[in-house]
Write a protein that binds this ligand. Structure first.
Ligand code: ADE
Length: 247
């Protein structure tokens, strides 16, 4: 994954990008991120990046000029770019969007907004607007990190064992099954017997059952989108439920 991030707070992103898996991915050149401070592209002696809204009202609005100037400067190298504005008004980010982003050859530009909003004219140079959820953050920095994190871990070579992403939540359209490790008994809590049985068929079925139960309980909406296998339907009738959660 290649990306440029335009932000007023590059240090916020740097702190996370310089640790753990993302740090290693950068060292292995699986992730290429460059942080740009939007204030460096602002004009005037005070390098002002925000101003009061036309039409009145509370709060400040991000000015268009610094963002246009930053994008113009990035484009000078001629590399094809996909420009993404992070905002609560955007298309909802999801695992399938992360998968699509992980296959993108172009370099992303993530624009992190701040203040009450961003001058609408910025949309003229943006390819898409993305939101990480139905809540409002103080800025787009966390949203950019969430996208970079979830996309990078899908880039082959980032995680030690690629199998870890095959079976996890959302990639198979459901929530994950429970995981256990040693010790086998801890403070009176036992690891389910099936997991130490060595019978992989039983283990797979148990995991699928747990995933179905959890999804029905917490996110039944996900089951409307997933294609249930014959085994899934058997499991659901065994536990006395249909995919809509009806008995
Ligand atoms: N900026 C503020 N809130 C946001 C959200 N929910 N998603 C993306 N960017 C944002």
């Amino acid at each position: 994954m290649k990306c440029d991030v335009l932000t007023l707070f590059p240090d916020v992103l740097a702190a996370y990008l310089n640790e753990s898996i993302l740090k290693r991915a950068r060292e292995k050149q699986l992730l290429d991120v460059t942080l740009y401070n939007i204030r460096d592209y602002a004009l005037g002696p005070h390098r002002q990046v925000d101003d009061s809204p036309y039409g009145g009202g509370a709060g400040m609005v991000f000015k268009p000029e610094p963002i246009f100037r930053a994008i113009d400067s990035l484009k000078e190298d001629g590399e094809p770019r996909r420009i993404v504005l992070l905002s609560p008004q955007g298309k909802p980010f999801s695992q399938s969007m992360a998968e699509e982003f992980s296959r993108e050859e172009k370099k992303f530009v993530f624009i992190c907004g701040r203040y009450e909003g961003i001058d609408e004219r910025v949309k003229a140079i943006v390819d898409e607007e993305v939101s990480i959820g139905d809540y409002v953050l103080t800025g787009g920095e966390l949203a950019a990190l969430i996208i970079i994190d979830s996309v990078t871990r899908l880039v082959p070579g980032t995680l030690g064992d690629e199998r870890s992403i095959e079976n996890e939540s959302f990639s198979w359209g459901m929530l994950d099954y429970p995981h256990y490790t040693r010790p086998r008994e801890f403070r009176g809590l036992d690891v389910p017997k099936v997991l130490v049985s060595g019978n992989h068929k039983d283990i797979d079925r148990w995991r699928r059952t747990q995933a179905l139960k959890k999804t029905l309980e917490v996110r039944p909406d996900l089951l409307d989108k997933v294609e249930l296998t014959k085994t899934d339907k058997e499991i659901l009738s065994e536990i006395g439920l249909t995919s809509s959660g009806e008995v």
